[in-house]
Structures are given as C-alpha cells and as structure tokens.
Design a protein around this ligand. Sequence first.
Ligand code: PMP
Length: 281
Amino acid sequence: MYILVNEGIIPRSSFSVDIEDRGYQFGDGIYEMVKVFEGVLFEWEAHLQRLFRSARELRITISMNKEELTEQVQRLIAIEDLRDGYVYIQVTRGVASRIHHFPEGVSSVLVAYTKEGKEERKEELAGIRVITTEDIRWQRVDIKSLNLLGNVLAKQKAVEAGAQEAVFVRDGMVTECSSSNIFGIKDGVCFTHPANHLILNGITRQVVIRLLEKVSLELEESPMKLEALYGMDEVFITNTGQEVGPVIEIDGRKVGNGDIGVYSRNLSIEFQRLIDSVVPS
Ligand code: PMP
C-alpha cells in the first residue's frame, strides 16, 4: 500500500505522523474526499478548487500547484491500481513547537491515500432516518477543516437515536447535516441553504443543483425553518459517499407518506447517468 506524502509516493508502512504536526495537535489543516469510478476521479476539478480555497482561507500554503497535485494523485491511483473507491487528501500547516499562532518557516504536510471499495448504498435505497440537533459548530464551516468535533458529536447522537444522520439547526433554521447537505422539496420547488459561511458547499450539492432542471425542479437557495422541513413533500441529503440520499423520517415524523419520493428517485437516476457519462465504458 502506497501513499502520497508531499511530492513523493512511499509505502504506507514507512510513514508516521510527527507528534508536533499541527493537524494532530490543533486540527490545523484541511481535507478532501474524492470518489473514483473506474479509475476516474469524479468532479476532481471542483474538489481541487475547494481544497485550494480552504487552504487560502486558512493561509496554508500547499507545496504543489493544482497541475502537480493532479499528476501525483493520478500516479497514486495508478500505483494502487484503484478502480472504484476514493482518495482522501489532507494538508496540515506543518510540524512546529506547540504555539497557537502560525509558526515561521514551516512547510505544510500533504498526505493522500486511496481506499478501494464500491459502496452498496443500502440506506439510500431504503430511505434515511434523521434527527435534528442544534448547530453548535463555529461560523466558518465553509472551510473544509479537520476540526469536526461538532459533526462527530451530532452523528453520534443520531446513531444513538437509531438514525443515520443529524440535521443541524441554527437559530431555528436548517443549515446542513453532520456530513452532508440537505434539500427539501415543496410543490416543485427545491429548497436548500445558500452557500455561505454556515454550510460546507458540497460538491455533490453543486452537482445536484445542476441536475435540478432535468427533473423539472426549481431551485430556491434560502434557509428552511425547522417547521418547514417537517412539512416538505420530499427531503434528501447529498454527499460524496452517499450521492443522493432520500430522507423518509425526521425526528420520528414521516416525510410525505414515508416513502421515497419521485423527485428524489429521479435525481438519483440522473446522478448515476452523470457518473456513467464520465467513466470509460
Ligand atoms: N457538509 C458537511 C458538514 C460535510 O462533512 C460534507 C461531506 N464532506 C458535506 C456537507 C457534503 O460535501 P460533499 O458533497 O463535497 O461530499
């Protein structure tokens, strides 16, 4: 098993994390997870843009430019002979004595590894149960940072309640979920939170927004009140791993009649079509 560390590809067994890596001590870093279908990186350009944007926002300098990183990640996929799975990429500010402010003369540490495996998407096919919880996270969740404790605690709460996802509510308004974005459909209009500092602008979210027209849905990027979410005809979540995940229950209440809705189903079909169109046949 090989991994990418800065500009080099090395055996995973020969790599260790320095105890003074700021990612390890402060969560001072960023990441991306990118799906690979038939050896092809899905929506790579969008993930690359978001990684470099996160880095800019935190003033972390990535040692490679976009072309070099693309080349190295593709090399890693080839070496690992990855067909279907994902690539995880992480960049931390680097290794330094433990001080809070940015240390001087430190180089960032980029690591990437691949994971083989096709997801079965059982939950997405059966419908997802969610709970709601207060959004206690900081106000820059548009940055895909390693600080995920608010998300971890929310997901754990969902799991303990027998649900699969936790929906965040901030000041009575639905923002996103612990590891996904959320959409609600009412009378042919598809609502989702605008891409500002209160949500991560998911790559899957952006793809689904492009697909709305194909299923005759209108887009309305405005936050939903929790009460409005309960009353939606259909609700679905999106993320890289799950793609379009229809929600059938929120806080124990059925969404619509409790079955997966037609729009959600059609969006899943369109999403699969898009994947099929980018992978070599
Ligand atoms: N919001 C949060 C908090 C997430 O962790 C994720 C998954 N990374 C998403 C939204 C969805 O993002 P994407 O579609 O890029 O996976």
